[in-house]
Design a protein around this ligand. Structure first.
Ligand SMILES: C[S@@+](CC[C@H](N)C(=O)[O-])C[C@H]1O[C@@H](n2cnc3c(N)ncnc32)[C@H](O)[C@@H]1O
Length: 177
């Protein structure tokens, strides 16, 4: 019996490892192609986003590629109702844990979904930490969907055609015309 169980457990563990490795490699490649790989925003960028967002209670905000939820949680603590879209299920699970721990259920909502498939027209504030190659396509999407006056705050990269209102600490503030 033991002769059978040991190789069976070994093969099962190996298969599970191979499966997880495949899933996370696929997610990483997808994130590289259609968004950005997971890198959490540094504290100075987060502080600048909160300053630029200048949130009024009840405003609706969204983080595109919400990672571990740190931008969402900071915006909710500043008074916003926040949604986040994230394609990595592990990060979505981790964010859900953080939302519960912080007692922010009903204020922060994380969705396992690509932000390219979301209509962003209801949001007052859009935040992102992406990569350069998505900025042109994202600018077109935001231009079509956002209402005039909506704020867009990008950490790391600027949009190719829009003129930013402010830039500090690699953080760019825009307002939809
Ligand atoms: C650079 S990280 C930023 C995470 C978080 N916003 C922060 O600043 O700490 C980018 C995140 O976007 C996610 N992502 C990439 N492409 C995406 C897409 N199309 N839809 C939703 N999330 C995406 C990645 O999985 C990654 O967690």
């Amino acid at each position: 019996m033991t002769n059978f169980i040991v190789p069976f457990l070994g093969i099962s563990a190996l298969s599970l490892f191979a499966f997880c490795y495949f899933i996370f490699t696929a997610l990483f490649v997808y994130a590289l192609l259609y968004g950005a790989p997971y890198v959490p925003i540094p504290k100075y960028g987060l502080d600048k986003i909160i300053e630029y967002a200048n949130i009024k209670p009840g405003q609706k905000a969204v983080d595109l590629g919400s990672g571990d939820g740190r931008i969402m949680i900071a915006m909710a603590k500043a008074g916003a109702i926040v949604h986040g879209y994230e394609i990595n299920p592990l990060l979505v699970w981790w964010t859900q844990r953080k939302i519960k721990k912080e007692g922010l259920e009903g204020k922060v909502f994380v969705h396992l979904k690509s932000f390219w498939n979301v209509d962003l027209s209801s949001f007052d504030i859009v935040t992102l930490f992406g990569v350069r190659k998505i900025m042109g396509r994202l600018e077109e999407k935001l231009d079509k969907e956002l209402r005039p006056g909506a704020k867009i705050i990008s950490f790391g990269f600027s949009f190719p055609n829009w003129q930013y209102l402010k830039k500090e600490q690699a953080t760019f503030l825009y307002e939809k015309k």
